[in-house]
Ligand binder design. Structure first.
Ligand SMILES: Nc1ncnc2c1ncn2[C@@H]1O[C@H](COP(=O)(O)OP(=O)(O)OP(=O)(O)O)[C@@H](O)[C@H]1O
Length: 255
């Protein structure tokens, strides 16, 4: 069973001129295959830092603790090895890659992750069908990656990648932000389609409960001040909608 285990994770970021700053201060989290976890929390609590640390962003240094995937030391792996091991990050702000078409990007990514090129005819069919599922115009396949895409189109493209790459662990960093109602419905359907295979563990980072009406997590974790300060089931998300994060901000800052 695929399991991502994070133990006592401390992460620092290199600041401009002020040396390293500790952002994560002892995060513990276990995500198993088939499970959906939501990480919620106020601005600046460390949610994106957690996602970057798992994916291997070079600006973030793990100073203490461990991350393992099926027992293998993720921290000893480079970014590309992590992706091949089955870790996928849908970024909060997807970057443009001008001059690289979506179709080339997707096929190259799939070849790298699978270790061999997908059979062309089957691959083309799969990409077409998945784009259809996500209600994306097929013309996107020939456009530069994220080049001139709207915010919502970028997020659909992230989910398209996830559906095609079929990761063991999918980290979705604010995939819901900036989506209109229709895009939210379609993106959520994509997340649920992957989830229903039972093969992927999902870490859904969000501020809002809006997406959790479509994608119901079994586990909700609240992050504040670089730590997980509360945990529960989907009922916790409903409580947060009512109460906000105020009480957690104090807990996160205090300890
Ligand atoms: N390069 C950096 N230099 C200085 N501070 C940084 C840097 N990168 C991140 N931080 C700080 O780390 C904290 C956590 O940021 P992070 O992006 O992980 O929070 P977040 O919970 O994802 O926030 P949001 O919900 O607003 O996206 C913030 O206070 C942020 O300013």
């Amino acid at each position: 069973m695929s399991t991502l285990e994070i133990r006592n994770l401390h992460v620092s970021v290199e600041t401009d001129g002020e040396g390293p700053r500790e952002i994560l201060r002892g995060v513990n989290l276990t995500v198993r295959k088939g499970e959906t976890h939501a990480i919620m929390g106020p601005n600046g609590s460390g949610k994106s830092t957690l996602s970057y640390a798992i994916a291997g962003h070079p600006k973030y240094t793990v100073t203490e603790g461990s991350i393992t995937l099926d027992g293998a030391d993720v921290l000893a792996m480079g970014v590309d090895t992590r992706a091949r091991a089955g870790i996928f990050l849908a970024m909060q702000y997807p970057v443009e890659v001008p001059g690289v078409s979506v179709s080339n990007f997707l096929r190259t990514s799939a070849t790298a992750v699978r270790g061999e090129a997908p059979k062309l005819r089957l691959w083309v069919k799969e990409v077409k069908e998945t784009m259809g599922f996500l209600e994306m115009d097929q013309a996107f396949a020939e456009r530069g990656v994220n080049e001139g895409f709207s915010g919502g189109e970028k997020k659909r493209h992230e989910i398209l990648q996830m559906m095609l790459l079929k990761p063991k662990i999918a980290i979705l960093d604010e995939t819901d932000s900036g989506l209109d109602v229709d895009a939210l419905r379609v993106v959520s359907a994509g997340i649920n389609a992957v989830r229903e295979t039972g093969e992927t563990g999902t870490l859904l980072i969000t501020h809002y409960t809006r997406i959790l009406r479509y994608v119901q997590p079994e586990f909700v974790h609240v992050m504040a001040g670089g730590k997980i300060v509360d945990e529960g089931g989907s009922e916790l998300a409903a409580t947060l909608e009512e109460s906000g994060y105020d009480k957690y901000v104090k807990v996160g800052a205090g300890a």
